[in-house]
Design a protein around this ligand. Structure first.
Ligand code: GLU
Length: 385
């Protein structure tokens, strides 16, 4: 049985996400913790691992500098706080990593950078070049320009998207909680610790309700979403506490952690990008026949569509929904939602008449589609009944 430490040891590319509450002490950057963390990371770097840090803390640091209250921010105030705090955060990381002989490289990403294919590939290339040159990318969301409609808002999912982006083998989420419990351990002393999660199903999702902290914006819900993105991309995720001065070394000494194991048949890099999309622009609802055809490896044809929801353009990512309301996969739609609406239930010939031109006969081509692991879909379906 693989332990969390083994997952970290075996990884060639490792992403470590650090929550805001760890980096701050009395509203200031905790330099002592940061220095110890950098030393902990440097130890791993010696074993020729490629490291990426995803660091939160900009908004909280900025709030302290500007005299704002973190839990009462307007969007503009959080953008202003991030602009102020990020500069301090970056300086802190640069100094701490330099102490260890490591070059830090700041990357600020917006959701568009991970959700639009061309920008995604561009960011990926920059990251890979930095790793090849031995730098440690220190990533945060670009909160200063992120808009309400399309933003991560939490670094858990951002870190998972980054891990998938660089085909990392392991993502470590350092948090103020040491793993997943079947109830909130701060409220319930009988809460049981969960050591290993091979698949996120309805039962696991239920455990996530309501565990949060005052600094970060994630809570357990976004941690599970991150785990799912990572697992599907073939990347382990370790959730553990970062409260110790050297939390990665603490794991080697037996500190508690939950391991979300990478799935056995991970998606290809492109498929992982489709599957892990932040927010599909719409959904295509399928009949039973179409669902079976998809599981047999076929493309989605308009004849199998029962309804279309949302507004999307050609090439946008959509959710594929079965008749029972279950999301069974994701895909890139070959048609915009306005055209898709007109094509519901049509045969390929009727389609040409309706559109007035001969377009692609598939609504979503097989190569542009990923189906979620059958066990995830089945287990979730059972949980919903
Ligand atoms: N990007 C935010 C920051 O730097 C943190 C989001 C989070 O708490 O996950 O303050």
């Amino acid at each position: 049985m693989r332990s969390p430490m083994q997952a970290i040891d075996e990884a060639h590319r490792l992403v470590v996400k650090i929550g805001s509450s760890l980096l701050l002490q009395d509203d200031a950057l905790n330099h002592a913790w940061l220095a110890a963390m950098a030393a902990d990371l440097a130890k791993l770097n010696k074993s020729s691992k490629k490291l990426i840090v995803v660091s939160s803390g900009a908004v909280s640091l900025g709030c302290a500098a500007l005299g704002l209250k973190r839990n009462q921010l307007t969007l503009e105030e959080s953008q202003a706080a991030a602009a102020t705090g990020q500069i301090e955060l970056a300086r802190g990381w640069q100094a701490a990593l330099a102490e260890q002989g490591l070059a830090a490289a700041q990357i600020l990403l917006t959701a568009e950078d991970t959700e639009q294919r061309r920008r995604y590939l561009n960011a990926r290339q920059t990251l890979i070049t930095l790793l090849a040159h031995g730098a440690v990318p220190v990533i945060n969301e670009n909160d200063t320009v992120a808009t309400q409609e399309l933003r991560y808002g939490d670094n858990d999912r951002l870190a998972a998207r980054v891990a998938a982006m660089v085909s990392a083998d392991c993502l470590v989420l350092l948090s103020d909680i040491d793993g997943l419990y079947d109830a909130d351990p701060t409220q319930n002393e009988n809460a049981n610790f969960i050591e290993k999660v091979p698949h996120i199903n309805a039962q696991i999702e239920e455990m996530a309700g309501g565990t949060g902290s005052s600094h970060g914006s994630g809570g357990m819900v976004t941690k599970l979403q991150a785990a799912q993105i990572a697992q599907r991309a073939g990347c382990h995720m370790v959730l553990t506490s970062g409260r110790a001065m050297t939390p990665l070394s603490a794991l080697a000494e037996g500190a508690r952690a939950t391991l979300f194991e990478a799935h056995d048949n991970p998606h290809s890099a492109r498929a992982a990008w489709i599957a892990g999309g932040l927010k599909p622009s719409g959904s295509l609802h399928l009949d039973e026949g179409a669902k079976r055809a998809l599981y047999d490896g076929k493309s989605l044809l308009p004849v199998g569509l029962t309804s279309v929801a949302g507004h999307f353009e050609r090439g946008d990512c959509v959710a594929l929904m079965a008749a029972d309301g279950q999301e069974i996969g994701r895909g890139l739609s070959a048609y915009a939602s306005t055209e898709a609406q007109r094509m519901i239930g049509l045969s390929s010939d009727a389609m040409e008449n309706e559109l007035g031109y001969r377009g692609r006969s598939e609504m979503v081509h097989r190569d542009d589609m990923v189906l979620h692991g059958k066990s995830e879909v089945l287990e979730k379906g059972e949980g919903n009944e």
